[in-house]
Design a protein around this ligand. Structure first.
Ligand code: SAM
Length: 213
């Protein structure tokens, strides 16, 4: 996702420090204090413009959500959308998802959502894929042993790569769909911006998986 630099983003982020964190390492062990209630924590990595995580937070007031995004101008757009109707159970973090284990304690997270992650199709860029073994290791550290990863994409190559990489890790699949929008699960599916844009072109793939004990 390439976006133009947004000159207002810096000021907007600073002005809304109650809802967005730019120094996540300083919040290690203190995330629950940023929410109205202490309750289970779910994290999305690569939140983009925020539609999915905002709708999830609305639908699940009994869960706290954190949306992690690497690009300042993208997360500023998510924050602006969120500020039209702020919720007490959603926070944003501007940072690289590769560092989750530097700001979450082991087992602190219940679910990790990865939606339409950048495919990085070239083999030499494989390490940048959010489902590469290095990222999986980080997720394993912060996820509760009973926790799951939920991954959606329209990119068949990335989905195939993810099935093999998770299988080798090893992880176990709890759910796999090769056409989410025509499956029973679709009834409760919350769509992302990319999903809305690209689902007319072909199927949406989804998997849910957990780490083997
Ligand atoms: N999830 C959104 C959706 O489905 O509409 C956005 C998808 S977009 C293709 C991928 C997003 O992941 C981009 O906004 C990108 O900046 C973000 N991203 C990529 N690598 C990341 C990383 N290591 N940590 C956090 N965000 C990342």
């Amino acid at each position: 996702l390439r976006v133009r630099n947004k000159p207002w983003a810096d000021g907007y982020i600073k002005a809304h420090a109650d809802y967005i964190v730019i120094d996540p390492q300083n919040w290690l062990g203190k995330w629950q204090s940023r929410f109205e209630k202490s309750q289970p924590l779910d994290v999305e990595v690569g939140t983009g413009k925020g539609q999915f995580i905002i709708e999830m937070a609305k639908a699940h007031p009994d869960i706290n959500f954190i949306g992690v995004e690497l690009q300042k101008s993208v997360i500023a757009t998510a924050l602006r959308k969120f500020m039209t109707a702020p919720l007490p159970n959603l926070q944003f973090v501007l940072t690289d998802g590769a560092n989750l284990d530097e700001f979450f304690h082991p087992d602190e997270v219940n679910k990790i959502f990865l939606n339409f992650s950048d495919p990085w199709p070239k083999k030499r860029h494989a390490k940048r894929r959010l489902t590469s073994p290095g990222f999986l290791k980080t997720y394993q550290t912060v996820l509760d042993p009973a926790g799951t990863i939920e991954f959606k994409t329209d990119n068949r190559g990335l989905f195939e790569y993810t099935l093999v990489t998770m299988n080798h890790y090893p992880m176990t699949f709890d759910y796999v769909s090769l056409d989410l929008h025509r499956s029973a699960e679709n009834e409760t599916n919350i769509q992302t911006e990319y999903e809305e844009k690209f689902s007319p072109n072909g199927p949406i793939y989804k998997l849910v998986a957990h780490f083997n004990a």
